[in-house]
Design a protein around this ligand. Structure first.
Ligand code: GLA
Length: 637
């Protein structure tokens, strides 16, 4: 892990877009940043047109001036390459380098992220502008870190994508026979007899091939990574001591496998925007933070963006009342972020995000928002030491991007199923019990965990299946829920009882999937209810923990089971439990922590962070935390 050069302690600041403002505003910006304790700003993220107004013609004057001014003000710069938004001259000159949707619609400028990462002209232009920036600024004293691109995640289904996809598939499968087997090509006459017949998944008459879709996501993740790496290598050559990152974004549309990417960045950086109109924004912030820390392998990471106030999106918005911005920041810092960064410094007057909140709102600095920004900025330096210490967790939740990809959109599934919701539920119930859990890759190293929970991990590769076997045999406690291991890495069903082939480990076989209509619950004896989905189990040596109390086919049949295996044990939950039922199970498993619903208590080494999201004062140990406040104290011995 590397840290932005010259930034001591926690990072505080955000995206700064000086090119949107007359230079007369800049001095005020720097003065306000100093007042607020800002020590790092990200500039240049969408500045391509300002930096290269015509192909090969650069205008670095404004960037020189603002870099110098920031440096004079003691503010370090996270300088972005602007490749997430090519200028209009580029898109008109290279129409083939624009992204294409599955239905063949070619996008055009007027928004952002309009490019085809597979197109040679875009790759060349990206490297050209990144190279020009590297050459000019690698030695600038304000430069603390490089920020490549912005929120990689754009998919294209163009001819360039197709060509690259075929090459990727050839590398993976070597022969068409192997590909046809993996994609179950005998179904619906999808057997390929020439590599050139294979398409990036296009708009089709009816359902598409799940194995092809999953491979296309993996391919896109690799192609985006390749684009990142090319820029990174170039920037690294120009200034080997400058750390390099890109900001990860999280959502079902993002074909980026962060487990694979995290090793390619010097510092994991993450943008956290809890869902619009999301009443559980705190829960989602905590989940984002735990994911980011886990991608970083437990090292500190950086919250690169969050909103200071209302997030304006097409489907709603989250207001942040008094203290909420600070509490969200503390959620991230307590869970491993070495700082709190925002989108954006100053709210814009125009453009598509003109209603997005900022550290300096439209109404200016004489506002509640800016006062809270200053308060937080003044409090952070005292926490620098606490944030150097690790967050230790002995429980991990499996996070499988491939399960998310394979179950999204129009996926072929046994019943409508929301993978993320199942993961979020486990995280939520554990957090409400005060447990701070890591996330882990199904194929990653699980040896440091006592308990691993696999919430409906739909795709279980052979390697992941072996990994879980090894973990449990070695003394781990595995808890898996319905649909875990339903399919393998090619989206092919695991025969003989599903469960990723681990029927001996769980001591059960899954015989049937039993989707339930919305609103219908199935009771479990002394345990609470299940909803939406359950499975019919056949016992193969496991003990029954509880049974279904009713339901066609399920009455008195096992619902939750446990099986000793090697030195460990494997629990299986054959249905979608409601929160209270998961809580009961975690109680039985003695998964407890010092926090509770509404009060985060997170230990970092010798320090304890307490964040009180409730409207009443709380006392944890000897620390009293006011309603809506937070505190950091020595951890009890
Ligand atoms: C993302 C982007 C920013 C901005 C914010 C808005 O995180 O990186 O440029 O669009 O979303 O919330």
């Amino acid at each position: 892990m590397d840290w932005p050069n010259g930034v001591d302690g926690l990072c505080y600041g955000g995206d700064y877009n000086p090119e949107q403002w007359p230079e007369s505003v800049w001095d005020n910006d720097v003065a306000l940043m100093r007042e607020a304790g800002v020590n790092l700003v990200t500039i240049g993220v969408f500045s391509w047109a300002a930096l290269e107004p015509r192909e090969g013609e650069y205008d670095f004057g404004w960037l020189d001036r603002i870099m110098d001014r920031l440096h004079d003000g003691g503010i370090a710069v996270d300088l972005a390459t602007p490749t997430a938004s090519p200028p209009p001259w580029f898109t008109l000159a290279h129409p083939d380098a624009l992204g294409e949707r599955p239905d063949g619609t070619r996008q055009i400028h007027g928004s952002r992220d309009t490019y085809d990462v597979h197109a040679p002209a875009y790759r060349e232009a990206s490297l050209r502008i990144a190279g020009a920036l590297a050459e000019r600024y690698a030695a600038h004293p304000a430069l603390a870190m490089w920020h490549v691109h912005n929120e990689y995640g754009t998919t294209s289904h163009s001819v360039h994508a197709e060509r690259a996809f075929r090459a990727w598939l050839q590398g993976k499968y070597e022969t068409l026979d192997a590909l046809n087997r993996a994609w179950w090509g005998a179904f619906w006459s999808q057997r390929y007899s020439d590599w050139d017949q294979i398409m990036a998944p296009r708009a089709t008459q009816y359902l598409t091939n799940p194995a092809q879709e999953l491979d296309f996501k993996r391919f896109t993740s690799d192609a985006l990574l390749d684009h990142y790496r090319a820029q990174r290598n170039l920037l690294h050559r120009a200034g080997p001591d400058i750390p390099i990152t890109t900001n990860f974004v999280f959502g079902p549309w993002v074909p980026v496998d962060q487990w694979r990417w995290a090793g390619e960045v010097d510092l994991v950086a993450f943008d956290s925007y809890p869902g619009a109109a999301d009443r559980t924004a705190e829960q989602h912030s905590a989940l984002h933070a735990d994911l980011a820390r886990s991608w970083a392998g437990g090292d500190p990471w950086l919250l690169m963006e969050q909103s200071a106030g209302t997030v304006h999106t097409p489907d709603g918005s989250i207001p942040k009342g008094p203290g909420r911005m600070a509490r969200h920041s503390m959620i991230h810092i307590s869970r491993g972020s070495k700082g709190a960064m925002f989108f954006q410094w100053r709210s814009g007057r125009g453009g598509a995000e003109q209603w997005h909140s900022a550290l300096v709102p439209h109404a200016g600095e004489h506002t509640r928002t800016f006062r809270e920004v200053v308060d937080l900025g003044q409090a952070l330096p005292a926490l620098a030491e606490t944030a150097d210490e690790p967050v230790e967790a002995d429980t991990a939740i499996l996070w499988s991007p491939e399960s998310w990809w394979a179950t999204g959109g129009h996926a072929s599934l046994p019943a409508p199923f929301d993978y993320f919701e199942n993961v979020a539920q486990i995280h939520r119930v554990l957090r409400d019990r005060g447990v701070v859990a890591d996330f882990a890759s199904p194929e990653g190293d699980l040896s440091k965990y006592a308990t691993v929970i696999a919430p409906s991990t739909y795709v279980l590769s052979s390697a992941a299946s072996e990994n879980l076997r090894w973990f449990t045999a070695g003394g781990g406690r595995l808890v898996a829920s319905y649909l875990t291991g339903a399919v393998d890495e090619h989206c092919q069903v695991w025969l003989g009882g599903f469960l990723g082939g681990l029927t001996d480990l769980f001591g059960v076989r899954v015989l049937e999937h039993l989707p339930q209509p919305d609103g219908e619950v199935r009771a479990l004896w002394n345990f609470g209810n299940a909803e939406r989905f359950c499975e019919l189990l056949e016992m193969r040596g496991a003990q029954c923990v509880t049974q279904y109390a009713g339901g066609e086919l399920t009455e008195d049949r096992p619902a939750v089971t446990v099986n000793p295996f090697g030195k460990g044990e494997a629990w299986y939950v054959s249905c979608k439990l409601v929160d209270e039922a998961w809580d009961r199970l975690f109680e039985a498993l003695e998964l407890n922590g010092p926090g509770s619903a509404g009060v985060d208590v997170v230990d970092r080494g010798r320090w304890r962070y307490i964040i009180n999201h409730t409207d009443t004062e709380t006392r944890i140990g000897r620390t009293i935390v006011p309603a809506g406040g937070w505190a950091v104290d020595r951890r009890p011995e």
